[in-house]
Ligand binder design. Structure first.
Ligand SMILES: NC(=O)c1ccc[n+]([C@@H]2O[C@H](COP(=O)([O-])OP(=O)(O)OC[C@H]3O[C@@H](n4cnc5c(N)ncnc54)[C@H](OP(=O)(O)O)[C@@H]3O)[C@@H](O)[C@H]2O)c1
Length: 326
């Protein structure tokens, strides 16, 4: 396991982050009031996360159209001392269909960033959030507007640190040229299943596969600038940890078996193996886990107690790729 770039900035976040996208029920657009069952589910997930040492929680204004943040706000009301012990991260910039447009689009305008943060703080019932991420690149972004929004949020004490998500090195460099605060986080889809980010590092002069689309230099730029890489989809949505695999390709079935075998050999959980594969990478990845199931959350906690050997890491990667090294 590696030192997290956020630790090098003296920000004592946990190695794992609980992703709260699953809070607030199954229906993304249900406008009804929160239910006691939704709050209970969130509370049990948060308690399980705290029990394994997680102190960082990932949100976005859009998760369940705001209900995920509302659930978390209810938990913070119940446990008043919790706020000061944890790091809360949220995101802005995705707009679903609304009264202005009947489709999803991205919006990094100053007005939208500022309004979104106000909405998140209000739903969470807090005065400040620790991290604010730009959720998905907006092709119409004006970096000077983002810089102005970030400056206002920082000066008002509403956001402590800033980051991005799903951005390439080139996009981060452009933005950083205008910002007077550092980009400290980039959240990307990275997992043993979604492994094109590692494949990209060995593809020089090789004929690329159809899904070799990871932007070159992104991981390296984050490492050079001490930007915390967070992985979303870290558990591959359960593909290697117990989900039914009847309709999955042979590579997925073979990888799931390897994960199980290593878990048996090491006396640990499948979740730990899948996450330990991410933690072995020298970038110091901080996995965001999206399960709301307390048992699975606790199973993830084992990841920080084991370490894969170089050979085990390659074995899992090669099996998931379905082909060996060039
Ligand atoms: N930045 C972005 O663009 C972005 C995009 C997506 C997500 N995120 C963040 O990243 C977090 C994690 O992402 P994720 O939820 O996509 O990925 P994940 O952690 O790989 O998967 C979690 C999902 O898989 C299910 N799951 C896990 N293990 C399972 C198993 N053994 N059997 C059946 N289902 C299983 C979970 O259901 P249960 O709850 O029932 O366990 C949950 O729905 C999210 O919560 C969110 O905070 C960010």
């Amino acid at each position: 396991m590696r030192t997290l770039p956020l630790h090098r900035r003296d920000i004592p976040v946990s190695t794992l982050v609980l992703g709260c996208m699953g809070f607030g029920g199954k229906d993304w657009f249900d406008q009804g009031p929160l239910t006691a069952e939704q709050i209970k589910q969130g509370r049990e997930a948060v308690d399980a996360a705290l029990s394994i040492g997680i102190n960082m929680f990932d949100h976005a204004n859009i998760y369940k159209s705001g209900k995920a943040e509302q659930v978390f706000g209810e938990i913070l009301k119940e446990q008043k001392s919790l706020r000061d012990k944890i790091f809360i991260q949220s995101k802005c910039g995705i707009r679903f269909a609304d009264d202005k447009a009947p489709f999803t689009r991205f919006d990094f305008s100053e007005e939208n960033i500022l309004q979104t943060v106000e909405g998140s703080l209000s739903r969470l019932g807090i005065d400040y959030m620790d991290f604010l991420l730009l959720h998905r690149p907006d092709p119409l972004v004006d970096p000077e507007e983002v810089a102005s929004a970030f400056r206002k949020l920082k000066d008002a004490g509403k956001v402590r640190w800033f980051g991005v998500s799903n951005m390439s090195a080139a996009q981060m460099k452009l933005l950083q040229k205008y910002l007077d605060v550092p980009i400290v986080v980039n959240q990307l889809e990275l997992s043993l299943y979604h492994h094109n980010w590692v494949d990209a590092s060995i593809n020089l002069n090789q004929a690329p596969a159809a899904d070799d689309i990871f932007p070159e230099g992104t991981i390296e730029y984050c490492r050079m600038e001490d930007i915390q890489i967070q992985s979303w989809g870290s558990l591959a949505q359960g593909l290697y940890t117990g989900r039914a695999l009847d309709n999955e390709p042979d590579t997925v079935k073979a990888t799931a078996k390897k994960v199980q075998d290593y878990a048996n050999q090491k006396g640990t959980t499948r979740e730990a193996i899948v996450l330990a594969w991410l933690l072995k990478h020298p970038a110091g990845i901080q996995p965001v886990i999206g399960t709301t199931n307390p048992e699975r959350i606790r199973a993830c906690g084992e990841a920080t107690r084991i370490e894969l050997t170089r050979e085990e890491w390659y074995d899992l990667w090669i099996t998931a790729r379905g082909k060996g090294m060039p």
